[in-house]
Write a protein that binds this ligand. Structure first.
Ligand code: CP
Length: 311
């Protein structure tokens, strides 16, 4: 694997290899006082973020450091991007400075693919850490890791993805990955928050959350992305919360074994009630924890290869 740009086209064997490596890394590090493996010593990983992030940026930094890579964080606001430097020139500068891997978050869909194209002669790997409304592949991988931990094999498992599908790169990456791994996905959203052409996706579409929950093994609540809704928010926050918020009454419709996920950041009280987000069947904190191991696994597969030393 040279780059990780999307889960679309990521085959089941490659995805499972990353998830298995993440499991192994998690087991290896469990209970250790010093969480440091020598695997990526001498390698340089650069995070290049043009949008805000807490989970993705921090967990990539921790993942790189736990594998002994040198990690450099670049944010658009404090770099020469602020002087007008293009993404292409910024990326070529980072590659020339010695980056073995650039982890990019960018508001434009397709930005990570463009970056990989510009860096094709450099040997630098690219990881898409979220591009516009397109994809967020490591989020889907950490979601799958969390679901596998709670539910076992995902083949035949029913996962409901709920909310702002239209603007959600998390939803797109999860649809690709979960269906590749054999899960059945139902998208639940108001018609205004579904993308054009969703009928051709390999999913069931519903507008009725209450009817979907009783048959779901997992429900993934999405963040409502007000910052991408330039024409305003319809339905209103109150209407949305009433019809699509996972409140305590609604959460009782889920089977006892069902898992509740949210990629974060959460709008508590609107997308999900605090009592539901903090309940034992919610795996939201575990998603963050697994994010570190999954991102370690991704860096391992990109930079160390299958013959690398993980001890
Ligand atoms: N889930 C996610 O991408 O969160 P951040 O924006 O905090 O990275």
């Amino acid at each position: 694997m040279k780059h990780l740009l999307s889960t679309e086209g990521l085959d089941a064997a490659s995805a499972t290899a990353v998830l298995d490596t993440a499991d192994e890394l998690k087991r290896t590090l469990l209970g250790r006082e010093v969480r440091k493996l020598p695997t990526l010593r001498g390698r340089t990983v650069v995070t290049l973020f043009y949008e805000n992030s807490t989970r993705t940026r921090v967990s990539f930094e921790i993942a790189g450091k736990w594998m002994s890579a040198d990690v450099v964080n670049v944010s658009a606001s404090s770099s020469s991007v602020g002087k007008g430097e293009s993404l292409r020139d910024t990326a070529l500068t980072l590659a020339a400075a010695g980056a073995d891997c650039v982890i990019l978050r960018h508001p434009a869909s397709g930005a990570a693919h463009r970056l990989a194209d510009w860096l094709r002669d450099t040997g630098t790997s690219v990881v898409n850490a979220g591009d516009g409304t397109h994809e967020h592949p490591t989020q889907a991988l950490l979601d799958a890791a969390t679901l596998r931990e709670r539910l076992g094999d995902l083949a035949g498992r029913r996962v409901a993805i709920v909310g702002d599908i239209l603007h959600s790169r998390v939803a797109r990456s999860n649809v690709h990955l979960l269906t590749t791994l054999g899960a059945e996905v139902t998208l639940v959203a108001p018609p205004t928050l579904l993308p054009v052409g969703v009928e051709s996706w390999p999913v069931v579409v519903s507008h009725d959350l209450d009817s979907v929950l009783p048959a779901s093994d997992a429900v993934m609540m999405l963040r409502v992305q007000a910052e991408r809704m330039h024409g305003g928010f319809f339905p209103s926050a109150r209407e949305y919360s009433i019809a699509y918020g996972l409140n305590e009454t609604r959460a009782r419709l889920l089977p006892e074994h069902a898992v509740v996920l949210h990629p974060g950041p959460m709008l508590r009280g609107m997308e999900i009630a605090s009592a539901v987000a903090d309940a034992p069947n919610a795996a939201i904190t575990e998603q963050v924890r697994n994010g570190v191991h999954v991102r370690m696994a991704v860096l391992y597969h990109l930079l160390a290869g299958d013959g690398g030393d993980r001890d």
